[in-house]
Design a protein around this ligand. Structure first.
Ligand SMILES: C[S@@+](CC[C@H](N)C(=O)[O-])C[C@H]1O[C@@H](n2cnc3c(N)ncnc32)[C@H](O)[C@@H]1O
Length: 210
């Protein structure tokens, strides 16, 4: 399948991207909706989840991405591969993650990954960064006890900013994280590793009863 061409970045605060996402109906998108769920936020072309869905088929996988053509392409690819445990949602996670997660049945969300989000380097663009306090709260509200949030980036200031959002939320405790706990690397992770650049990683576990 030829790769769809897309803008490298879109402005998540522009009117078009302020639309509420369609709720994900787990009964219709997954063959077995009761499996534990891994959510990958900002999944781009979704290849990390595609390989995870093949490598660890006992889970369901949901990708969230703001560039709609990538979502359509990823869903087509999942269907072609016959992966009934994988789905992608066109959503602006910065604004709508809480709403998206509210629409899922309770008891499913066991793992969240946030990998190499766009840094938006300029100070005037900082508000466009995907990982904000609302996102950390939304994850905290919906994550099952003893479930995990894995965050990685190659941008040091962004790592500090994101990690602090989770460290300052009582719902989470930080776990040791020397390397990627998953058997699959994202596209961006492979590119950074090929250049031998540092990667900053953190793992947060939700407390039992915070
Ligand atoms: C640098 S890419 C990293 C992609 C992938 N996680 C990886 O590690 O290879 C960041 C992705 O996040 C998406 N993104 C940015 N803002 C978003 C938002 N508000 N909601 C959902 N996705 C977003 C971008 O469109 C892009 O695909």
């Amino acid at each position: 399948m030829p790769r769809v061409r897309v803008h490298q970045h879109v402005n998540p605060l522009s009117p078009f991207y302020r639309q509420a996402p369609k709720p994900v109906d787990v009964e219709s998108v997954f063959a077995d909706p009761e499996r534990p769920l891994l959510l990958d936020i900002g999944c781009a072309r979704g290849r990390f989840l595609l390989r995870m869905a093949e490598a660890e088929p006992g889970w369901n996988y949901l990708g969230v991405e703001i560039r709609e053509p990538l979502v359509d392409e990823a869903n087509r690819l999942a269907e072609e591969r016959g992966l009934a445990n994988l789905h992608y949602s066109f959503s602006n996670a910065m604004l709508w993650l809480d709403r998206l997660l509210d629409a899922l049945p309770a008891g499913l969300l066991q793992k969240v990954t946030i990998q190499f989000p766009d840094p938006w380097f300029k100070r005037k663009h900082a508000k466009r960064r995907m990982v904000n306090e609302e996102m950390a709260h939304a994850i905290a509200r919906h994550l099952e006890p003893r479930a995990s949030v894995f965050v990685q980036t190659d941008i040091e200031f962004l790592a500090e900013e994101m990690f602090e959002l989770f460290r300052s939320n009582n719902r989470f405790e930080e776990a040791a994280c020397d390397e990627n706990p998953f058997p699959v690397k994202t596209e961006r992770e492979k590119a950074v590793e090929e250049k031998n650049m540092p990667i900053y990683r953190a793992l947060f576990i939700s407390r039992n009863n915070a």
